[in-house]
Design a protein around this ligand. Sequence first.
Ligand code: IPE
Ligand code: IPE
Ligand code: MG
Length: 243
Amino acid sequence: MSSFKEKIDISRLPKHIAIIMDGNGRWAKERGYDRIFGHQNGVVSVREVTEAAAETGIGYLTLYAFSTENWGRPMEEVNALMELLIDTIEKETPTLNKNNVRLLAIGDLSRLPANAAKKLQSCIGQTSSNTGLSLVLALSYSSRWEIKDAICKIGFEMAKGNIKPEDVTDELVAANLTTRDIPDPDLLIRTSGETRISNFLLWQIAYTELYFTPSHWPDFRKENFFEAICDFQKRDRRFGKTN
Ligand code: IPE
Ligand code: IPE
Ligand code: MG
């Protein structure tokens, strides 16, 4: 059986892949379970895709795990997602270390419950010297929050006279985003058939290739990930220029 993995051109890998992991709730409902069951099964996909990215040699993998807007879901679902986050981080830290994966997080982390924030910071600390894949969790993240925050920081420095309006460049804006040390994504994947961005990395995806798949996140496996990379490698990225 020929696999998508064999078709990947290792010399032209995307440096950074971002994923909007969507469809957990529908996946569970279709099977007669409640939404939480979908989130629990989504963790298996997170594990698979992280492993796939690490073994392929992808530099950065960003996973949209919880949006600012997701705080508006019923309390039981929010609590279950936070519990799942704590549990997963706790269980997976040794595997991340074994696979040389460094954990990072972006988003308004001050809104996370204290025990989740603590576990997260502990895992970030324990994996900080790993030199393989950087796994970036977007938690309590939204792009408008991030851009607004960047404007505040720049405005503050301007009010103090440290920078002038003409000093505001693309680089300065990027340096004030939570993704400051992370290259822009080359490929953005969204599962579940929805073809929208839902407030994710709006600044950073200016020239990102978009890939939408009908698979719900709990069904998304290594081969689906490799298939997306193959699709990406067929594209001609012109960045507004001629080729
Ligand atoms: C994605 O699945 C996970 C999170 C947003 C936390 P959903 O929970 O959005 O599942 P659907 O889209 O309702 O099926
Ligand atoms: C986007 O999915 C957020 C995450 C995957 C964490 P949502 O399910 O929250 O987005 P909408 O409601 O379909 O736009
Ligand atoms: Mg959804």
